[in-house]
Design a binder for this molecule. Sequence first.
Ligand code: FAD
Length: 434
Amino acid sequence: MVKKVVIVGAGASGLLFAHYLLHRGDKYQVEIYELRDDPQVLPFSKSRTFPIALNHRGISALTRIEGLETALKACSVKVKGTVVHEARGSQRVVRRKKPLTVLNRKDLTVVLLEQLIRKFDNSRLKIHFNCQCTEVDFANKQAKFQEKDKLFNVDYDLLVGADGVNSIVREQILSTDESFTCKQTIYHNQYKSIFLPSPDAAYKSKFQVGEFHIWRIDDGTTIMLLYQPDETLTGVIYFPSHENQIANLTSTQEVIQFFTETFPIVAPLMPKEEAEAFLLRPISSIKTIRCNRYHYGDSILIIGDAAHAVSPSLGQGCNAALEDVAILDNLLDEYSDNIALVLEQFSVRRRDDAYAVAEMSEVGFPSSKKLMIQFLLRERFQKILHKIFPQRYKPSMMDMLGETTIPYAEIFNSNKAWISSVKKANKQLMVNSD
Ligand SMILES: Cc1cc2nc3c(=O)[nH]c(=O)nc-3n(C[C@H](O)[C@H](O)[C@H](O)COP(=O)(O)OP(=O)(O)OC[C@H]3O[C@@H](n4cnc5c(N)ncnc54)[C@H](O)[C@@H]3O)c2cc1C
């Protein structure tokens, strides 16, 4: 019998899961409901986008779908390393063995959407934008949606909550099932995106294409910028939520003054229009999510950020979300599309890894200057040891995360002592809500 799968959320994980299900022949019919407008028609400036770095975990899940590799190439850049710009003007370069593929969140969803629409017609795939899931009736297998003033119900055999960090599907499981637990932690940094025009030749000769460029000041405020395929610069500024300088900016003039005083190398690249837009852009908070499982019975599943959001400090959230989909596809093969078993096994197999990546993401970049220096020295030392004695010493934590597909739980276990010491130091900065 054909199964009707309703996916809530047209982000990376929901769209990739639709690809995988529809590639399994005629067994599945997919309907996707997305809260926001179609990103294919939405102006870039309104798309709440930021750069996403994909490593082997995410890329291998994407490129198992025919056509995605070529489509992604056209809108992404390869990043071979990170240049940390020191206050006195010197640069520290951290090279990667395997380049990252970096693209804007909006471009990733547009590529996934375009390919879905090209490959599958209306008889198997329906996509609805501007529809918000508001409630789920578990007993009758019906999801409720709101489109402007209209409320309507949709029947499902399987409901997939791919609806991000503030997932309504997860909230509905939480209010229905007493044995389901979800711990939410507010990360100590907030962020805003930055979009800068293509700089002149003199700047480009100083700051290479194909690298992340990072500037960091003592309170932890950090700018990360990257050239796009059209050589404009896109990035993010992260800043501590307490004593928040960015929240106190009230005019374009104050924005310009803040960048001039704090990041004098970046400031000349920011035109007045971007300073104005920066001021109006909302400040976004970051949450990590730890659930004790990712399914309810044989008809509800949560994936990606809905199941296990992490802080962006290690660049793993989207990679883990895409990895979820590849794992689900393997389970569908292993259990011959028996959904009840697949959901159960997904929770069993993914939980330790999801907890581990959440823990690591909270300490990815230590908050104090002293710990940051220790972190960088530790990384360097581990790299040297691994290079000389590869059989005896594992790669550094960052190399294992970004350049291998070693399960997150294994990486966590080999770096446990370090993680717990940073965690202790960061503890005062986090807020928990169970
Ligand atoms: C600043 C920043 C930088 C990052 N950098 C990286 C990086 O370099 N590498 C990396 O791997 N990860 C990165 N991440 C994490 C990454 O963005 C997420 O992990 C990833 O987007 C998760 O994908 P998702 O599909 O699970 O959720 P999302 O991308 O959040 O998609 C969820 C979708 O569901 C929709 N939705 C929500 N509620 C409803 C509802 N009630 N009804 C209908 N639709 C709904 C939303 O509109 C959205 O389109 C970064 C995150 C941030 C904030």
